[in-house]
Design a protein around this ligand. Structure first.
Ligand SMILES: NC(=O)c1ccc[n+]([C@@H]2O[C@H](COP(=O)([O-])OP(=O)(O)OC[C@H]3O[C@@H](n4cnc5c(N)ncnc54)[C@H](O)[C@@H]3O)[C@@H](O)[C@H]2O)c1
Ligand SMILES: N[C@@H](CCO)C(=O)O
Length: 810
């Protein structure tokens, strides 16, 4: 025998009831079916409202009753083709009489209320059984009130187990192949109609399953089953195929509304497997709930949540060691009818903290103040503090038991996203780890936990890109090209959420379509950097990375604020890392404090792994003694290509057109760009160093320095062509190459143009290449060498991409 329960939405319309019939046709035949039905959706609430209106002499209840009758008659006629609604009308005549009585007496007793509410299930079960008969099924309708016997606690009556068992045992041999029972309703031993309270139809089904020794219980509803998390908050939440009763209980307690555990307790007691299925997708996937089984793979089964929670904290020195203290607190809350969702108390006993529904916050405060009035007035304990706008998240899984590292991973994941945990609770069953976080962080917390605990899950990185010039464009192109592969092969969902230039910004939380970002940005909103950052913060997305691909001081000045908000920063912009030492250290400190990252590999030698190599050397205990490098792609390009046949300025212009130079090439030519790079290398080698400590020997004629604009600069370069020709000729005479060399040795840092001879490692340095020689404790005889293209949009963009992936792979 199987018991099938159909909820309100499953019998809420003619179409839905037809689907129920199809399901029953498929299920019937092999074994007996017991079918439990709820009232049509919305009907119980309407009946409650009708009874309440009648009790306050609101005559509009009459028309509500008529509407209800019509709704049921219409459904009956449509389904059965029978225009005679006699049975339904008979029930409404009685119902109208009762409501009239309530109206006249102005009194609605719980007993009468139960009778009125019972009509919903009586009507739906009648209509459905008549329809099933018409469809040719062997159906019998049974009045649950004859078999489910309860006490007199009207409104949420308790089933009297022995009487019910006796009644059902007598009935069992006579049951039809399909026996329909109205859910939710029962009667007292005096034949008074009673109801079973919240989840009542599930309870009816579970009682029948238990006492009729059913093989299986099916709960048919409007979703496919239990999900790993709330799909409205976690779009990638997926269906759970198999959970244990205990897991279902934990998940349901924290928000999953599909199963109400107390209602299915009788099925749990008899270890009857429960299927949760979707009436509107009967062949689709579903959830099976059984007793616990061994499964080492499924450590976590779900992450559930309660959105609106308040935390009440009570603290004070006189709480310590007083046994009655918590008793009084919970007594006060219980007397005020307040349900406590979670409790935490540190072993210092100095404070106790309870999580309650936000709607109870005010009443809880009053109850606690009243209970502890004396202690508060004597300052033995502090006034209770309520923290509203909180949410609870709970990691659920039977197999977390005895598994090391689950809570570590949970809090590490939250911490890396800057999510502060206000309170924690874990029972010794280890089936649930509960944390309270600010409601504003709920979505972010759920999604980031979901990604880190479900291995098949894609990890989403949310990128905010400012600056879409040469490098910015190349970067967006590269991301677009790699997105699919990264998702497929590496479980990474790299998504650009916003792009901005100096005038406009365009946001799309679902990801900017990178095939047409230019049009989207062009039609984006007028924006300032302040507004852009405010919007990033308001979105509060997990794994957020701000990518600055400008050369702007203003943008660089925002990093601290971003890092503080646990938003990582990746940039080729050298400004932030080359301001005074204390600002540089401050940014590093912010990353440690707020769990964010500040990566700027492309500050030196574009995409070449220079900073990361040095960081690894430093962290692994090596000591950098000296650095010798060619760090400017532009300058190397100039001196590799200049031979006096065409003006020096034209080669500068060519380098600019190739995207090698800084947005303002005077920064390259002046040597400042190289000085910045050298300064970063010295700092990243663990030394405190300032720009002024770098000695610079400029190769530019005096007149070409500090020019007011770029055109004047080019004109002055032309005017001093002889100077460059002379530099070239002298080097050529000696068979040497010209290189702007950055060096750091014995406490001296220097940038200067040098003639390098044939034997020198810098002699053969093609095109825009860079080279860095690290002389270290471990690389004594021969330096560690990093060499390759040191400028250009593609290589720089790939270096930025590498930094993003470093953060993603953490
Ligand atoms: N080109 C290279 O080879 C290379 C190599 C390493 C590092 N970098 C660095 O990359 C950065 C970008 O270089 P590029 O070659 O792409 O320069 P670019 O001039 O082509 O692009 C910079 C972009 O930033 C935009 N911008 C400037 N101020 C802005 C603001 N306040 N808000 C939004 N956008 C703003 C500009 O409009 C421009 O589109 C620079 O910091 C540069 O030093 C470049
Ligand atoms: N303009 C720089 C590239 C960015 O660091 C160079 O030519 O090396």
């Amino acid at each position: 025998m199987k018991v099938l329960k159909f909820g309100g939405t499953s019998v809420g319309s003619v179409e839905a009831i037809r689907k129920v019939a199809e399901i029953l046709k498929k299920e019937s035949g092999q074994e007996q079916l017991v079918v439990v039905v709820s009232a049509m959706s919305g009907v119980t609430n309407t009946l409650i409202s009708i009874s309440q209106k009648a009790a306050v002499r609101d005559a509009s209840y009459e028309s509500n009753l008529q509407d209800l009758e019509e709704k049921h008659c219409t459904a009956f006629k449509e389904l059965t083709g029978n225009s005679n609604c006699f049975e339904i009308s008979k029930l409404f005549v009685r119902l109208t009489e009762i409501c009239r009585g309530v109206y006249l007496l102005r009194e609605l007793t719980p007993r009468t209320s139960d009778y009125i509410q019972s009509c919903g299930e009586r009507l739906s079960s009648y209509i459905i059984s008549e329809y099933l008969k018409k469809e040719g099924l062997q159906v019998e309708l049974y009045d649950s009130r004859k078999y489910l016997i309860t006490d007199k606690k009207f409104g949420s009556a308790n089933v009297l187990w022995q009487s019910t068992k006796a009644a059902l045992q007598e009935l069992k041999p006579q049951l039809a192949s399909i026996s329909v029972f109205p859910g939710f309703i029962a009667s007292t031993s005096d034949n008074e109609t009673s109801t079973l309270g919240r989840g009542g139809s599930d309870y009816t089904a579970a009682v029948l399953a238990n006492l009729l020794q059913a093989r299986e219980l099916q709960i048919w509803t409007d979703v496919n089953g239990l999900m790993t998390s709330d799909p409205r908050l976690v779009p990638s939440a997926h269906l759970l195929e198999h959970v244990s009763y205990e897991e279902a209980l934990e998940l349901s307690h924290f928000g999953a509304k599909v199963l109400y555990p107390p209602s299915i307790q009788p099925a749990l007691d008899a270890e009857i497997p429960i299927w949760v299925k979707n009436t509107f997708d009967p062949e689709g996937p579903s959830t099976l709930v059984t007793k616990e089984w061994d499964d080492e793979k499924q450590t976590i089964c779900g992450i559930s949540s309660i959105q609106d929670v308040a935390l009440v904290n009570l603290s004070g020195a006189s709480m310590v060691g007083i046994p009655s203290f918590s008793y009084r607190l919970f007594k006060a809350l219980s007397q005020a009818n307040i349900n406590v969702i979670m409790i935490t108390q540190a072993s210092s006993e100095h404070s106790i903290c309870v999580g309650i529904s936000k709607t109870d916050a005010h009443a809880a405060l009053e109850a606690i103040i009243e209970e502890f009035e004396q202690e508060i007035s004597l300052h033995k304990i502090d006034e209770p503090v309520v923290d509203e706008d909180q949410s609870i998240i709970a990691l659920v899984g039977s197999h977390m038991k005895n598994q090391v590292g689950i809570s570590g991973k949970m809090f590490n994941t939250l911490g890396r996203n800057g999510i502060s945990v206000k309170a924690i609770a874990q029972g010794s069953s280890e089936r649930n780890i509960t944390a309270v976080v600010a409601k504003a962080d709920l979505k972010k917390a759920l999604n980031t936990l979901h990604e880190s605990f479900f291995l098949s899950e894609l990890k989403k990185m949310n990128l905010f890109v400012v600056g879409v010039g040469n490098v910015g464009r190349a970067f967006l192109r590269q991301v677009q090209k790699q997105q699919e592969l990264l998702a497929r092969e590496f479980n990474l969902d790299i998504q650009v959420v916003a792009v901005a230039n100096s005038r406009k910004s365009y946001f799309n939380e679902e990801g900017v379509d990178l095939t047409k970002w230019e049009q989207l940005l062009e039609h984006g909103n007028d924006s300032t950097i302040e507004a852009f950052i405010a919007q990033i913060k308001a979105l509060n997305l997990r794994n957020s990375i701000f990518i600055d691909i400008t050369a702007s001081h203003t943008i660089a000045a925002t990093y601290r604020e971003l890092l503080e908000s646990s938003i990582s920063v990746v940039t080729p912009n050298k400004i932030a890392a080359t301001r005074d030492m204390s600002s540089y250290l401050d940014l590093k400190y912010a990353t440690k404090k707020y769990g964010s990252q500040f990566l700027f590999e492309t500050n030196v030698a574009a995409g070449l792994p220079v900073i990361s190599t040095m960081n690894e050397l430093f962290k692994s205990g090596d000591r950098i003694h000296a650095i010798q490098a060619v760090l400017s792609g532009t300058l190397n390009f100039l001196f590799n290509n200049y031979d006096g046949k065409r003006p020096f300025s034209s080669i500068v212009k060519e380098a600019r057109a190739l995207g090698l130079t800084e947005p303002d090439p005077r920064l390259d030519l002046s040597g400042e760009d190289v000085m910045r790079k050298l300064l970063i290398l010295i700092r990243e080698s663990g030394r405190k160093w300032e720009m002024e400590q770098i000695e610079q020997v400029s190769f530019l004629p005096e007149a070409c320095k500090n020019t007011p604009d770029l055109n004047t600069f080019y004109e002055l370069l032309d005017a001093h062509e002889d100077h460059f020709l002379e530099l070239y000729s002298k080097a050529k005479e000696k068979g040497a190459q010209l290189r702007v060399v950055a060096s750091f040795q014995d406490g001296v840092a220097k940038v200067a143009l040098e003639q390098v001879a044939l034997h020198h490692p810098f002699y053969f340095l093609e095109g825009k290449d860079n080279i860095v020689l690290f002389h270290t404790e471990r690389y004594k005889e021969q330096p560690l060498v990093v060499k390759g293209a040191g400028a250009g949009a593609e290589v720089t963009a790939s270096g930025i991409f590498a930094d993003v992936l470093r953060i993603a792979n953490q």
